[in-house]
Design a protein around this ligand. Structure first.
Ligand code: HEM
Length: 403
């Protein structure tokens, strides 16, 4: 029976299902909201699939026969992974293929420089410090709502230069699009596009030292970002670093609080934080499935042939626990050979925000453990609820005792 990626059973515990699938082969049939898809679970196959040019992000890359197949499978489903969103939100690098992807990534990469990211370090320290100050009189907090979510939200606003007021309308509307609520998505898409357009106009009129101003400036250049590409890029940058980072921080706290040996190792050797975060990203990163691909022609992976027009999900969370690649893969090991996990993808689509996300996670964890050395879970880990989407992996709430 193909795994149903949206079923409560899978969302609660994807890893035992992944282990069972990996033992049978690297690629399997699965379903997503009733739609048939392929699921890549093995490390080697996932790494190859992430860079395979025949696995495209943009359904417009398809020939007529493949498009027909994609449409036919759509009929058996309720909705699918953002494929119905308008071009003002999807015309960005994440949803494009070369040569468009190369052009957009170069333009965005020009604004999104390491310098911009390293300038964020003191800002992140300040945000983390003030969130922790807010815990002074409390004995129990929810790490998700009170810490892991506000941090990347604030970091994104400061990095991009978004006034906090603009974020409130935006967040409610964006939440609908991100969970793919078909009933309300059109109305929400209009709100989101309006907010983004207004923002980009303001950045053009009064540029500041922020990422959106830098991007808006490329619009004046020959071959620079068009109006719609700017809106779609702003949407991508706002949305891609939020839940992904929050989940990673939440998962990391949960992983450490349920592994007293590793927690004690980190507490006694805080200089291990970089290695610890890398290992936590590998085993418990906040992304489960890389953004969905569609095969433009038949693609063989292992003993399976994926036909043109079929959808492919690459389970980076499963690849990162593949025992054929990582020895004793289920175990957290801060001494592990580092660097080749797939939590941020691989190749030309490697996560643009990886360094920022690492920095946020390291500072968030280090300062939390330093300020509250007696931190402990305030609930039974078995009772935790996981988010209702197979794309990401994170708990809804994480109550902890501070003292
Ligand atoms: C721990 C947090 C994060 C994780 C686990 C994560 C993970 C990923 C993954 C798996 C991909 C997909 C690569 C693919 O399609 O093959 C990706 C792409 C991307 N991420 Fe992240 N991400 C995180 C944080 C961020 C942040 C903070 C930003 C921006 C500020 C960001 C921006 C992007 C962008 C723009 C892409 C698209 C790159 C492309 O298609 O060329 N991400 N990320």
């Amino acid at each position: 029976m193909p795994v149903d990626l949206c079923s409560a059973e899978f969302l609660r515990d994807p890893h035992s299902r992944y282990a069972e699938m990996r033992a049978r082969g690297p690629v399997h049939r699965a379903s997503y909201n009733g739609r048939p898809v392929w699921l890549v679970v093995g490390y080697d196959a996932a790494r190859r699939a992430l860079t395979d040019p025949r696995l495209a992000r943009d359904p417009d890359s398809l020939g007529p026969r493949e498009r027909q197949r994609l449409r036919a499978s759509a009929r058996s489903s309720r909705t699918y992974g953002g494929y119905q969103l308008p071009p003002e939100l999807t015309g960005n690098l994440s949803r494009s293929d070369p040569p468009e992807h190369t052009r957009l990534r170069r333009l965005v990469g020009r604004s999104y420089r390491p310098r911009i990211v390293s300038r964020m370090r003191p800002e992140i320290e300040t945000i983390v410090g003030s969130l922790l100050d807010g815990f002074a009189d409390r004995s129990v907090v929810d790490i998700v709502a009170d810490y892991a979510l506000p941090l990347p939200l604030e970091v994104t606003c400061r990095l991009l230069g978004i006034p906090a007021d603009d974020m409130s309308d935006f967040r409610a509307a964006a939440a609908v699009l991100l969970v793919n609520d078909q009933g309300r998505w059109q109305e929400s898409a209009t709100v989101v596009i309006d907010v983004l357009r207004r923002l980009m106009r303001a950045k053009r009129a009064e540029p500041a030292e922020d990422l959106l101003s830098a991007l808006a400036a490329t619009g004046h250049e020959d071959g620079g970002l068009t109006e719609d590409e700017l809106t779609a890029t702003a949407w991508l940058l706002i949305t891609s670093g939020y839940a992904t980072t929050a989940n990673t921080i939440g998962n990391a706290v949960l992983a450490l609080l349920t592994d007293p040996v590793r927690l004690a190792v980190l507490a006694s050797a805080p200089q291990l934080i970089d290695r610890a975060v890398e290992e936590l990203l590998r085993r418990d990163g906040g992304v489960n499935l890389a953004p969905v691909r569609v095969a433009t022609e038949p693609v063989e992976i292992g003993d399976v042939t994926i036909d043109g027009g079929e959808l492919v999900h690459i389970a980076v969370a499963s690849a990162n626990r593949d025992p054929a690649h990582f020895e004793d893969a289920e175990r957290l090991d801060f001494e592990r050979r580092q660097g080749d996990h797939l939590a941020f993808g691989h190749g030309m689509r490697y996560c643009l925000g990886a360094e920022l996300a690492r920095m946020e996670t390291r500072i968030a964890l280090a300062r939390l453990l330093d300020r509250f050395p007696n931190l402990g879970l305030a609930t039974d880990p078995a009772s935790l609820r996981w988010q209702d989407t197979p794309v990401l992996r994170g708990v809804e709430t994480l109550p902890v005792r501070l003292r």
